[in-house]
Each structure stands twice: as C-alpha cells, then as structure tokens.
Design a protein around this ligand. Structure first.
Ligand SMILES: Nc1ncnc2c1ncn2[C@@H]1O[C@H](COP(=O)(O)OP(=O)(O)OP(=O)(O)O)[C@@H](O)[C@H]1O
Ligand SMILES: [Mg+2]
Length: 355
C-alpha cells in the first residue's frame, strides 16, 4: 500500500493543504521545528497507531495556534493493493474511518500496514527488551487480528495475578487462564522472529556483520515446546514468584537476543552500526508483514540520516529502495539522490506543493 495524497487540517503546526506523494521514496527535508515529525505522526495516527510516544495525550494534537477549532482532521488516500480513503478525527480522542465506515484501529493497521522508525529507533539494538517486544507486537498486530486481543487479555490477567501475589493469595486460577494465552503469544512471537531471521539475511549491506536473532522466552527455557515450557517453568518458579510477589514467567519478560559474532550486538556495534542494524530489523519486519498480509507496508524513518556516514546512508537508501515499499524519510540534511522525491518543508508548509 502507499499514501498517494494527504490533507491534514488543524493538525499541530502543519498548514492546511493537500500534498501528493510518490509511491516510492519520499524525502522530507527542512530545518528543526519545520513539522517533519508532526507529519510522520499524522501518518502514524491515520493508520491506527495513535500519537507518537513523545505525546501521551491525544488532546495535544489539534493545533494550538490561534484557532477556536479544537479538532484536528486528517485525510489520506491510500492506494496499491486496494484504494481506500482514510479519515481521522481527533479531539479528546481519535476516531478513524475507512471510506464512510467507522473503523477500529486494529482493522486499520492491517489495511494500511505502516512500520515507523523514530529517532530513538536505535533502542531496538541498544535498549532494553521492551523495545524489541514492541516491534514483535507491532508485527503481530498487523499480521494477526487476534494477536492484539490476546495480548490485551494476557496483560489484564497478568495484572490480576500480580495483585494476588502481592496479597499472598493463591494464583492458580489466574495461571490457568494465563497459560494458554502465554503459550499462544510465545508461539506467535517465535514464528515472527523466525521469519525475521530469514529476511534479515537480505539486509547484508546494512549490517557490519551477520546478526543472529534469538528468541528468549521470559522465565522459560526448561522445555523445547512452548506449552511444556510454560507449565514446567511455572511449576519450577512458582515458589520464587510467591517470595518475590511478582510474576516471573511469560511474554512480559521475553527478549530477542541480537548476536554479532556470538557477542551481544549492543557491545559489538558502534552507534552508527547499531542504527544500521536497527534499520535492518525494521526492514526484516516489513518483509514479514509483506509475506503474511500480502500488502507492502509503508516505511517511515524519522531522522533517517542521523549518525550514518556516507556509506551507511547509501546502504540504507539502497536497502529501502530494494523493498519496493513506499518510504517516508525525514531529515534536516539537504540531500539529492536519484530515485528520491524531495519535499522541502518550513514552518509547517511543504514548499514544493504550493501550500
Ligand atoms: N498542537 C500543536 N499546535 C501547533 N504547533 C505544535 C503543536 N504541537 C507541536 N507543535 C510545534 O510543531 C513544531 C514542529 O515540530 P516537529 O517535531 O514536527 O519538528 P521537526 O521538523 O521534526 O524538527 P526536528 O528536525 O527538530 O526534529 C514544534 O516547534 C512544536 O512547537
Ligand atoms: Mg523531528
């Protein structure tokens, strides 16, 4: 899928107007504060992923600049595997429409799959396990409608189990509900990672050395099959859970170990190399989505050139072009590449579209 046109109204600092986009590589360039990340946030919102993490409150999205209108509205035309008009109406909350039908965010994510790589994307390699789990969950939510639902249910029961543990109560009823959900999530995440591992090989030029992706089940590792592992790990660590009064087994503690030459990638790779490795993970994720959903995801990279040398920039550019996906890259650098459509931005306006 790709966004052929967008029209954002009253959205952060962006000036109202229609912009047409290339189905290939779009590079948005402009000074600090131009509105590049805001635009990326608009795409993130309209495709069902909500505001970027920098803002927790959706109510901060409508423009605060001298307007009575407290509502922002976004429209985008998506084309490719299907032609769809997408709408988002945002005030205290965000409601989405596909054509004239109100659409749940989960359905929107599968219709127009979007993978976003933000300026802190390097945390995929250098950060804690939660950033890698977020990536697996994003892929899971796109490729399987029940993934997000099961994850939600799992977390709900896990909270109840935590309360029971804190009160020193019997947790076996909670464990009976948690086990099938946890086993399902382990199985789904392992499958996603297996597909990513086979795709990341194609990102060879981006990587300083081959990177191995190893799934580490949270608190597990006592048996090969997820079902046996979950149950035996619960039995083996139940007492410890009661002592510590916190759940120790399950997807909430999963990690993906990234290994370069058998070493932890965060120790082995330089910052620029880590950024390239993180970008390679996003590309591998995109390949999984393309394969499982049968739709090409839109790839969004904020601060796309950050910390990359000339060689890294060319490698990333080539890898992105090779995917055949639509790409939005934002940067403050003035770049000029063949095959890239440049949109200059200043003060919330796209300059070369006459807005
Ligand atoms: N609700 C809002 N209404 C109006 N302006 C806003 C709103 N929210 C944020 N802004 C402004 O939008 C401006 C642009 O922010 P944005 O993060 O998109 O810039 P950027 O082009 O990505 O810059 P950088 O290169 O520094 O990352 C900021 O100066 C901010 O004050
Ligand atoms: Mg920015």
């Amino acid at each position: 899928m790709y966004f052929s046109d967008t029209y954002f109204h009253n959205f952060r600092n962006l000036r109202q107007g229609r912009v047409s986009w290339s189905p290939g590589f779009n590079l948005i360039t402009g000074p600090n504060g131009a509105g590049k990340t805001n635009f990326i946030e608009g795409l993130n919102l309209i495709s069902g992923w909500g505001p970027l993490e920098r803002t927790t409150k959706i109510s901060s999205v409508p423009s605060w600049e001298g307007t009575e209108d407290v509502k922002a509205s976004l429209w985008a035309k998506a084309s490719g595997e299907e032609d769809i008009d997408l709408f988002a109406s945002i005030s205290m909350k965000c409601s989405l429409k596909c054509g004239d039908k109100i659409t749940a965010a989960s359905a929107m994510r599968a219709k127009v799959p979007v993978m976003t790589f933000l300026s802190d994307g390097m945390s995929l390699v250098r950060g804690g396990a939660s950033s890698r789990r977020v990536l697996l969950d994003r892929i899971g939510a796109i490729i399987s409608p029940s993934y997000a639902m099961r994850l939600h249910d799992y977390r709900k029961i896990l909270r109840q189990k935590t309360i029971l543990l804190r009160k020193g109560r019997d947790v076996s009823p909670a464990d009976r509900v948690l086990a099938p959900l946890g086993i399902w999530l382990w199985t789904a995440r392992e499958e996603i990672l297996r597909l990513m591992a086979s795709s990341i090989i194609e990102c060879g030029d981006l990587l300083a050395c081959p990177m191995e992706l190893v799934f580490a089940r949270g608190g597990g590792g006592l048996a090969a099959a997820p079902s046996d592992d979950f149950r035996s790990s619960l039995a083996a660590k139940g007492r410890r859970e009661r002592e510590l009064r916190m759940p120790l087994i399950g997807p909430q503690r999963d990690d993906v170990k990234l290994l370069c030459n058998g070493m932890d990638a965060s120790l082995f790779l330089s910052r620029g190399q880590s950024r390239r490795a993180a970008a390679a993970l996003i590309l591998a994720a995109a390949a999984v989505v393309k394969r499982k959903v049968g739709r090409k995801p839109v790839l969004i990279f904020d601060e796309i050139t950050s910390e990359l040398d000339d060689c890294g920039r060319s490698a990333l550019l080539e890898a992105l072009l090779k995917t055949g996906c639509q790409v939005f890259g934002a940067t403050t650098d003035r770049l000029d590449y063949d095959d890239v459509s440049i949109q200059m931005m200043r003060d919330g306006r796209f300059l070369n579209t006459g807005l």
